[in-house]
Design a protein around this ligand. Structure first.
Ligand SMILES: CCCCCCC/C=C/C(=O)SCCNC(=O)CCNC(=O)[C@H](O)C(C)(C)COP(=O)(O)OP(=O)(O)OC[C@H]1O[C@@H](n2cnc3c(N)ncnc32)[C@H](O)[C@@H]1OP(=O)(O)O
Ligand SMILES: NC(=O)C1=CN([C@@H]2O[C@H](COP(=O)(O)OP(=O)(O)OC[C@H]3O[C@@H](n4cnc5c(N)ncnc54)[C@H](OP(=O)(O)O)[C@@H]3O)[C@@H](O)[C@H]2O)C=CC1
Length: 293
């Protein structure tokens, strides 16, 4: 780790702390896609600490089972449902099987790997867009329909990425999908506000963690040995900071916040210089030779 002369943004309060009153989510159920690992599990953890019951969804039964035990130790009821969010029929079954209609939906599951645009196969594009954008839409549609039919309020949080605004060289599929995810927030917030449904976005900056797939972790490890010194905050995000933002956005204290996407990245995505670092083509960044050879 490089020593830096500047303090950077302060460290957050410790794990277990919360700005919201204890019991804020007692009697409420929160469904988190991808809640069995990484940032989804961290978000689920903060809701559970505030009294929520959980429904966690993912494709891998073992991973969900382990998370169910870990999250259940926080006191609430945790239901784990194997589901590929690309499958709308299975999504309907998950809602049917849930103990109650969840009050909050966190669309956290996504797919991603770095690849130069010209190397990307049709199936690679489909895999990422179908999970990240279409899967988010299928989940949201089911949640919205059920609340509209029941006449009950709800809150949706779509987890995004800042290249929704900027473009994401090396991640054309994911950046396009996340732009769609952000746009859905803005459309649905207006369509569903009259029925009491809030729709917001939440964008993590750099939050490295052990559950990241090899393709993403390898890319991070290749690009830098000291990620903190390359962030304006001089540190990366702590997963609980994302969880706190999610619990605020879905809480009674944010009832007039809808159609908003909150970025939790220590201002990294705003970083600009008149003279930037030298351009390195994506192929070269990813260690690939000339196209077609
Ligand atoms: C600078 C650092 C990075 C900053 C990133 C910041 C923002 C975003 C971060 C994140 O989103 S992190 C979350 C990442 N998490 C995941 O991706 C978890 C889920 N991922 C997966 O399940 C797989 O990775 C998957 C490939 C996306 C989907 O799995 P599925 O089983 O449905 O597909 P496959 O049949 O395995 O593959 C489909 C298609 O895609 C091609 N492919 C897969 N991996 C790669 C790769 N690394 N590079 C290029 N192409 C890849 C695969 O070959 C298939 O295509 P065809 O061969 O059939 O043409
Ligand atoms: N980590 C970071 O620095 C950043 C993350 N993000 C975003 O944060 C969110 C969480 O990412 P992170 O925790 O890092 O990633 P992970 O890869 O650790 O988690 C992704 C989760 O989604 C689940 N998932 C993937 N595909 C599907 C599917 N088809 N159906 C159901 N569940 C699925 C995975 O479970 P399983 O494989 O078992 O299905 C896994 O639990 C994503 O939206 C990501 O784009 C954005 C910017 C930066």
């Amino acid at each position: 780790m490089t020593e830096n002369a500047y303090p950077g943004l302060p460290s957050p309060p410790p794990l277990g702390a919360s700005a919201l009153p204890p019991g804020t989510y007692e009697g409420h159920t929160v469904l988190v896609t991808g809640g069995g690992s990484g940032l989804g599990k961290a978000i689920a953890t903060e809701f559970a600490r505030l009294g929520a019951d959980l429904v966690i969804v993912g494709r891998t039964a073992d991973r969900l089972k382990a998370a169910q035990e870990e999250l259940g130790a926080l006191g609430g009821r945790v239901t784990a449902s194997v589901c590929d969010i690309r499958d709308p029929e299975r999504i309907a079954e998950v809602f049917d099987a849930a103990p109650v209609l969840p009050d909050v939906l966190v669309n956290n599951a996504a797919a991603n790997f770095p690849v130069p645009a010209e190397d990307m196969s049709p199936n690679a594009w489909r895999a990422v867009v179908d999970i990240t954008l279409t899967g988010t839409w299928f989940m949201t549609r089911e949640f919205g329909r059920r609340h509209l039919a029941a006449g009950t309020p709800g809150s949706v949080i779509n987890v995004g990425a800042s290249y929704a605004w900027t473009g994401g060289p090396g991640f054309a599929h994911s950046a396009a999908a996340k732009a769609g995810v952000k746009n859905l927030v803005e459309t649905l917030a207006v369509e569903w506000a009259p029925y009491g449904i809030q729709v917001n976005g939440l964008v993590p900056g750099l939050f490295p963690h052990a559950d990241l797939p090899e393709a993403i972790r390898g890319n991070l490890e290749r690009t830098d040995d000291d990620k903190a010194s390359r962030q304006p905050a001089l540190r990366v995000g702590q997963a609980r900071e994302l969880g706190w933002a999610a619990t605020f956005l879905a809480s009674p204290y944010a009832r007039f916040v809808s159609g908003h996407t909150m970025v939790v990245d220590g201002a990294n995505w705003q970083r600009r210089n008149v003279v930037n670092a030298p351009v390195v083509p994506v192929r070269e960044q990813l260690g690939r030779g000339p196209y077609g050879q």
